[in-house]
Write a protein of this length. Sequence first.
Length: 472
Amino acid sequence: MHINLKTKIPGPKSISLMEERKKHVARGPFHSTPIFIEKAHGAKVWDVDGNQMLDFASGIGVVNVGHTAPEVVAAIQEQATKNIHSSINVLAYDGYINLSKKINEAVPGDFAKKTFLCNSGAEAVENAIKIARSYTKRQAIVCFDHAYHGRTYMAMSLTSKVKFYKHTFAPFNPEVYRAQFPYQYRCPTCNGNCSASNTNSNSNSKAISSTKQTETFRSDLESKCEPCFQSFVNMIQGQIGAENVAAVIIEPVLGEGGFIPVPIGYMKSLRKFCDDHGILLILDEIQSGFGRTGKMFAVDHYGIVPDLMTLAKGLGGGMPIAAVTGKAEIMDAPPEGGIGGTYCGNPVACAAALAVFELFEKDKGALLSHSEHIGKIIAKRLDSWKKSYSQVGDVRGLGPMQALEFVKDNNTKEPNKELASKVAKYCYENGLISITAGTFGNVIRILVPLTISEEELEEGLNVIEKGIEASL
């Protein structure tokens, strides 16, 4: 057993620390669990009360290579003895260049690329929008329902969910337009019928295989979702004018929105529309990148190439670092000094990120192979839950980036946030760290470290299943 609990969760030390937190820390930052961590390694965490737990959250999809990966720790330690900070704007260092080169080589596209490094996903999104507007000389930005792009003002304007990401913070940035996301389970245009395989029957799961993807998909990922895409076109033509749109930004797999993949046909239609109208396509791979979907980037499932990509989370193996990467001519549009920041591309964070790349390259990509393998295990278990529990309305994802959506009724699809919260609470009380997601708060997302063993994975999945049974 990998879970070993010595106290009730939360334990007495965690309870005491939470009281101190309430006295001294602003209430704004939320806590999905009432647990304080002492240490972590691989897929395990130990709280301050000595409880050993399994982590299915990965710091919200950050420690893809595992907590305190020895190679990442060693890179951090070595760099910290040399230069912790000099600011790339004052004294340059080769780590920034070397990491930019690695990223340029890794992201798709048979053309010259350049990279800008920053500190967080929201900062990457902010700068991607600046770069797009500078290059196109246009203002309008199109985003989507259920999107999450961050908490700074442009990123927050692009984010869909109001509470509590945007509540009380208006007014938001102008020239931001929101299109309908192809959420096949809840498609408002097609009434949930935009794919032949996605019905209310629990027996209609479908496996689609091609040269581009081999995971088990529960909805028709090949679909163009033509009515959904036409609503996107109508919105641009009727409300904005394509000639005024600088960029379209989309997550290939929604993160906070509930782990919903964009259908492949829809993504290809989107790429063509942008090409036809001189619009930049920005893919937000902040949560879906670095092996999270079984491939290095989620876009690798789609057979298209974006103009710009935003990266963060898994890039640094736990260190705060992010990037905007894209076509060199686009990236060079802002004038010198137009983008930047004091801490951007910190040398210690760059060293950690370079170690992350080495881990993905090690043993001929064994980590990505393992990621794909555990994704199939997760998919199989989630499919079984959908068949067994009527309150599991939908299961979906790419690779190990999986989620299950709870409903009160499989016909009405009324969201069941209460059940998701109960399951998440059961999980942490029984030694498994899990987190919810979704616009309606009714989704449990699985964000395991990609280094997790099969035994650890099965033990954690067993806790979730017991949580479902106990919460019904």
